[in-house]
Design a protein around this ligand. Structure first.
Ligand code: HEM
Length: 448
């Protein structure tokens, strides 16, 4: 009798011990779940939550079992969990062939902390001020070149702005004969990271063998050569110590034992910052405009406050955009040993997956979650485990302050300089590109 009661209690998740194994989830075959995930991730997540609750399992090709978490308390346990048990780098191995073995994104534990420490100083909040003027100049120049009176896709233009900003602030390259070839090589390199023709082979033959494909090697080598030249020249620059770009700071950075970063480390981190920061920020900027122009009264309020030199509504607009249209919908932590979470003992090898999308759409946290209401953040600053567009814990996005600062600069320049209207009144739906969720029509607008 007692044993039976115990068994029932533990099936309900309230028993004395956790249930061994994965929480329930959709029963479809792995291949089908993967296909739905890659085309309709948000729908798939919402359907699964409606059926299975705030913790459910899905199966994604080659990635193994994902235990999706849509509860801030569970998300907190993962973000504050032991980094030896919750591996984020292991979940990013697909990026290793392009970003290299030293990339902060693909490492875990001690090696991860060592690289992260080297990268933190250039990304401290107060450093952003130094980049502000350059960012505004780049944005203004680009915006002034846009045509008026015709339908115009903002996303590619936002990518142009964020690429120029990376060249200037991360690589420290402005003008000169190096700029053109470096810009072209970086653009080509970025295509590698979003091109399905490249991603598919990485998925099927695995990250280790992709480097043997000549066409792949050639493209990576082209960008490596230009970065090596840039590093060599920068080392000789007389003003190296005064320069504020990330490359110059990394050349002077020291490991804990006093040794400098190797060329390979610097190369890997520069490309990591490019890949992690370029498309994400451009997409977030596109969503901000996509939402604002469909709420003219909010756009007007933003414009008026920006003209007055106020920041609050601008900040709230950015926070609300990243809540309602997070660029990335999940983050992953691969478990190196069994972990107790939410009444289950999850097996090693599975991934705990804090779900940005579902947390941000929870009506208990955000009343009327589908509505775009920047005002909700005016008196309530975002919560650490309820607003997670940049992930969290020891792996939280290194560029979070940088990205929000950059978004503020670009939006300010845009609303001050142009009247923006939708090319089509219908809202744009999210469309999956590699790992980001972008506006389906690339935020098509008409400028006046
Ligand atoms: C709106 C723009 C951006 C969004 C939405 C975004 C989002 C994210 C997310 C979700 C993660 C994973 C966090 C986790 O696993 O907990 C991440 C990591 C990272 N991001 Fe961003 N990011 C943005 C912009 C940037 C920028 C501008 C940079 C740098 C210039 C950057 C650099 C990085 C790096 C280096 C990591 C890896 C951190 C680590 O593993 O320790 N990101 N980002």
């Amino acid at each position: 009798m007692e044993a039976a009661a115990k068994a029932v209690a533990s099936v309900n998740g309230h028993g004395p011990g956790p249930i061994k194994g994965l929480p329930p989830g959709p029963r479809m075959p792995r291949a089908l779940q993967t296909a739905i995930w890659s085309r309709q991730a948000q729908w798939f997540l919402e359907q699964s939550r409606a059926r299975f609750g705030r913790m459910f399992s899905i199966k994604i090709a080659y990635e193994g079992d994902w235990v999706v978490l849509a509860d801030p308390e569970l998300v907190k346990q993962v973000f504050t969990g032991d980094p030896r048990v919750f591996h984020a780098g292991e979940g990013n191995q697909i990026l290793r062939p392009v970003l290299g073995d030293n990339s902060v994104l693909v490492l875990d534990e001690k090696k991860h902390i060592a690289q992260r420490k080297l990268l933190l100083p250039p990304f401290h909040g107060e450093r952003m001020q130094a980049y502000g003027e350059k960012m505004a100049e780049i944005a203004a120049r680009e915006i002034e070149s846009w045509p008026t009176g015709v339908p115009y896709k903002l996303r590619p233009r936002m990518q142009a702005i964020t690429l120029e900003i990376v060249l200037e602030t991360v690589f420290g390259v402005h003008g000169g004969e190096r700029m053109g070839p470096l810009r072209d090589a970086l653009r080509d390199f970025l295509d590698l990271t979003t091109d399905p023709k490249v991603l598919l082979p990485v998925l099927t033959i695995g990250p280790d063998r992709i480097n043997r494909i000549p066409a792949f090697r050639r493209r990576v080598e082209a960008v490596d050569k230009l970065i090596a030249e840039e590093m060599a020249e920068r080392r000789r620059a007389e003003d190296l110590a005064e320069r504020e770009d990330v490359l110059s700071m990394l050349l002077l950075a020291r490991h804990e034992d006093g040794s400098p970063m190797s060329d390979a480390e610097i190369r890997d981190e520069l490309l990591t910052l490019l890949v992690a920061g370029h498309e994400t920020t451009a997409t977030a900027l596109s969503w901000a405009m996509e939402r604002l122009i469909r709420h003219p009264e909010k756009l007007e309020r933003l414009r008026a406050e920006v003209e007055d030199g106020a920041e609050e509504y601008l900040t709230a607009t950015i926070q609300e955009t990243l809540r309602l249209r997070p660029v990335i919908v999940v983050v992953l932590r691969k478990l190196t040993e069994p972990v107790e979470l939410g009444g289950y003992e999850l097996p090693a090898g599975a991934s705990a997956v804090p779900c940005i999308h579902l947390i941000h759409r929870d009506p208990h946290i955000y009343p009327e979650p589908e509505r775009f209401v920047p005002e909700r953040f005016l008196d309530n600053p975002p919560g650490t485990y309820t607003w997670i567009p940049f992930g969290g814990g020891i792996r939280r996005c290194l560029g979070a302050a940088f990205a929000q600062f950059e978004m503020a600069v670009v939006l300010r320049e845009l609303v001050r300089r142009r009247d923006v209207q939708p090319a089509d009144p219908a809202p744009e739906r999210p469309f999956r590109r590699a790992i980001t969720e972008t506006p389906r029509h690339d935020a098509e607008v008409v400028l006046h």
